[in-house]
Design a binder for this molecule. Sequence first.
Ligand code: GLU
Length: 336
Amino acid sequence: MNTSSTRTTPTSTARGLLAAALAATAFLAGCASSIGTQDSTRSGSYTEPPLPAKAIPVETDTPLPNPNDQQCGDPTASLRPTGSGVAAGGPTIDAIRARGRLLVGLDTGSNLFSFRDPVSGTIVGFDVDIAREIARDLLGSPDLIEYRILGSADRERALQEHTVDVVAKTMTITCERRTKIAFSTVYLRADQRVLAMKNSGITGAADLAGKRVCVVLGTTSLDRIRREQPAATLLTVPTWADCLVVLQQRQVDAVSTDDAILAGLAAQDPYTEMVGDSISAEPYGIGIAKEADDLVRFVNGTLERLRTDGTWVQIHERWLAALDPTPTPPAPTYQD
Ligand code: GLU
């Protein structure tokens, strides 16, 4: 498992993080303008240069999971909140309060959702703000968080192994995932779409036959594009940010994942654009360990507060205005 951890309020590492963020920005800028600049960029003085991603063919011999194999009714139906704030309790909540920090799994290269602010070096974004609100209700401060950096394929296992309390990482609620973990109510409605270079002639998933498409392993995006466009050649890289790099390098012709993630990539490269209609609805939930009903109800209480006190709209306007300028919070569905 490729995981590492960091804290939210690092002062000792702030300078190093800033240097790394600026180095990454410089590197990506180099990739965007000319692949030939990579070697000179890499000869800089920073110790861990971001390496250019190499897109690897996806093994498509394995049978696609049949979506009808896992039926769970409405996968987005979650447990009704019993209230949030100091009064709410339960074994999982008590353990987090005893520890004094909420362990949040996310990734740090996901523009708009969870990424390092290049100036402050802290992790910011839509998913980060949602996690901070959970910490605020649970522990009395949004800063009492420890982040665990997760790849897309690591999310369920991190919850099953209790290395994180919650996963806030653009995670689609599915019946298949609900056999392993629990989810909050929906906190964002995304849709899978396609990102391509402007004037590429690609106008949607139908044009991807015979084309190379970048995806990340362990995602709903990969299974969906395999099903919808079996004639595409799928290539994989570790993160969605790497997909932008390999698109810029012309190792692939397109990227397909959630519009929310693609909007973050498009914002980093004006030569790219999102194309085509929705390929599938991707409702995002906070991932929680399966047996932790008290925490599920607590998080749903926080989400209820964010929907009603205006915080959700503020957070959405802060990060995702480009996606939807007049957002309304997704209505919750409860199973009890
Ligand atoms: N929403 C998709 C999923 O949960 C992709 C998100 C991601 O890779 O972070 O698989």
